[in-house]
Design a binder for this molecule. Structure first.
Ligand code: GDP
Ligand code: MG
Length: 195
């Protein structure tokens, strides 16, 4: 797929602001700072379509990126940011649930987990919640460039076991080196019915 004109469309605070058209949506979930926005930028081949930040907890809204009027990348707010107040964490959790529970046109949910860390309790809750929606999903272990190449699959294996996901639904990835970009793009294209 050649992406020609990816555009930021809206930062939604609530349901009424979600796009009205029913284009298919590819959703990015994961804790704050795991690399969701960098993932979107890598996949669309733009450096700064989605705002990235080394300071966690910046995105509280749901960001919709319109990709050539063909599908959306939906960047969910990061959960599990410890410096956010409990009340605010709860609000973020609720807005993620409202979106995932009600949105009909979700084609694929991508859960990002930092390859260096064992999944947190929040990651596990998120995984269970995603499974319970019955939607298609994959797990992407981000920042694979941060560990030795020879160790990547060992780390993937640990995360796979912790989250109890099948072999063919978990992919190491790096936004720095673009490792596995093509493979993951293929999964996205397949979920969009492109082959
Ligand atoms: N080394 C490395 N750093 C990354 C990667 N992906 C994201 N980062 C960095 O991690 C930080 C958070 O990334 P961001 O995409 O904003 O995370 P988000 O909060 O999940 O959207 C930024 O400083 C990024 O440059 C990656 O694949 N490799
Ligand atoms: Mg972000």
């Amino acid at each position: 797929m050649q992406i020609k004109n990816p555009k930021f469309e809206i930062s939604a605070m609530n349901k009424s602001q979600y796009p009205k058209n029913k284009l298919p949506e590819i959703v990015l979930a994961g804790k704050s700072n795991v690399g969701k926005s960098s993932f979107v930028n890598s996949l669309v081949g733009r450096k700064s379509l989605a705002r990235t930040s080394s300071t966690p907890g910046k995105t509280r809204q749901i960001n919709f990126y319109n990709i050539d009027n063909f599908f959306y990348f939906v960047d969910l707010p990061g959960y599990g940011y410890s410096e956010m107040s409990k009340a605010e964490q709860k609000k973020v959790g609720e807005s993620i649930e409202v979106y995932l529970r009600n949105r009909q046109n979700i084609n694929l949910i991508v859960l990002l987990i930092d390859i260096r860390h064992k999944p947190s309790e929040n990651d596990k809750l998120m995984m269970d919640y995603i499974k319970s929606t019955g939607k298609r999903y994959i797990v992407v272990t981000s920042k694979a460039d941060k560990i030795a190449k020879t160790k990547v699959m060992d780390y993937v294996k640990i995360i796979q076991e912790e989250l109890d996901v099948p072999d063919d639904l978990i992919f190491p990835f790096s936004s720095e080196t673009k490792f596995n970009l093509e493979t993951i793009m293929d999964v996205i294209e397949e979920s969009l019915g492109l082959f």
